[in-house]
Design a protein around this ligand. Sequence first.
Ligand SMILES: [Zn+2]
Length: 328
Amino acid sequence: MVSSSRRDRRVLAGGIAAIVVAVVVAVAAALWTTAGPVDRAPVASPTASALPSVAVSGAASAPASRRTAEVVTPSPAAPLEPLPEPTSAPGAPASVPAPPAGGRSLAGRVIVIDPGHQLGNSRFPAQVNASVDAGGFTKACNTTGTATDGGYPEATFAWEVAVLMREELEAAGATVVLTRSSNSASAWGPCIDERGRIGNPGWSGPTADLEISLHGDGNLSAGARGFHVIAPESRAGWTDDIAAPSLVLARAVRDGLLGVGVPVSTYLGVDGLDVRGDLGTLNWSDKPTVMVELGNMRDPGDAALMTSAAGRRTYAVGVVAGVTRFLG
Ligand SMILES: [Zn+2]
C-alpha cells in the first residue's frame, strides 16, 4: 500500500507518541532505582574534568608549535631536526638555566650573528676558493667548515645555534641580523669580508652594537676539546678601534659559556680566550666582535653536546648571557 487517509495517519502518530512517552518514563524510572542521583554524579565527572585538560594541553602545545615553526621556517632546505625537550638529550648539563636575556630589555640593540660557513660551500669550489681581502692580505672567500665524525656539519651546527640565539635575543627586544638567510646545500657564502662588514656603520642595514661569529672546530689532536673565544688583534687601520671593546666582549662570552657549564678549551687559548689577526671576518668589523669556536666537533664529548638539541640550546644560552652582560 502506498497511501493512507489523513485520519489513519493521526491515529498512527498518536499511538507512536504514546509508546515513546511510555518508554521514556520506564527508562527514567529504571535509572532512578538502579543508580540514583548520588551514583550518577561520577558519570558526569570525567566529562567535566576532561574539558580543562584539553584546554590546558592546547594552550601548552601552541607555543611549542610556533617555536618549531620559527626554527624551521628560515631554512626550508636545511636538514633541521625538530627540537625535543632539552632534558632528553645525552651529554648535556643536567639543567639549563632560564635565558639570561629574559627580564633584561635589549630593546634598541642590534646584534649580528654570523653562523660560519654555508652548508653548500663544498659544491661551489670556484666561488669559495676565490681570494678576498681579509684585512690587508688575501685569503679564500670561505671554507667548507668541518663536521663531527658522524657527519653533522659545522654549517648546520652554527646555523641552529644562531637561530636559537636569535629567538632569545628577539624575545628580549633586540634586532638580530644573520649574515646568511638559510642553511642550504644549494647555496654558498657570503665571503669572510662581507660577513665582517655586515652591521658596520654605513652598510645597507641597521648599524650593529656587536657581532658574534659562531663556529665549531675540527682539531684531530687527542683530548682536544672545549670552547674558546677569539678576539681581534689590534691592527693599525683595521681593528685598532675595536680591539679593546672586543676583548671585553670576548671575556663576557667566555664567562657566559662557563656559566652554563660548557667545557673550556684544553688545546687553544688561555682560559678560553685567544687573540688573532688572521681572521677576515674579525678584521673587517667596525663594531665589537668575537669569533667563538664553541667546541671541537672531532671530540666525541663535544660532538655529543653539539649534535643534541639540549646542547645547542646550552651554547645559545651561554653566548646570549655574554652578549647581554656586555650590553648591560
Ligand atoms: Zn668554522
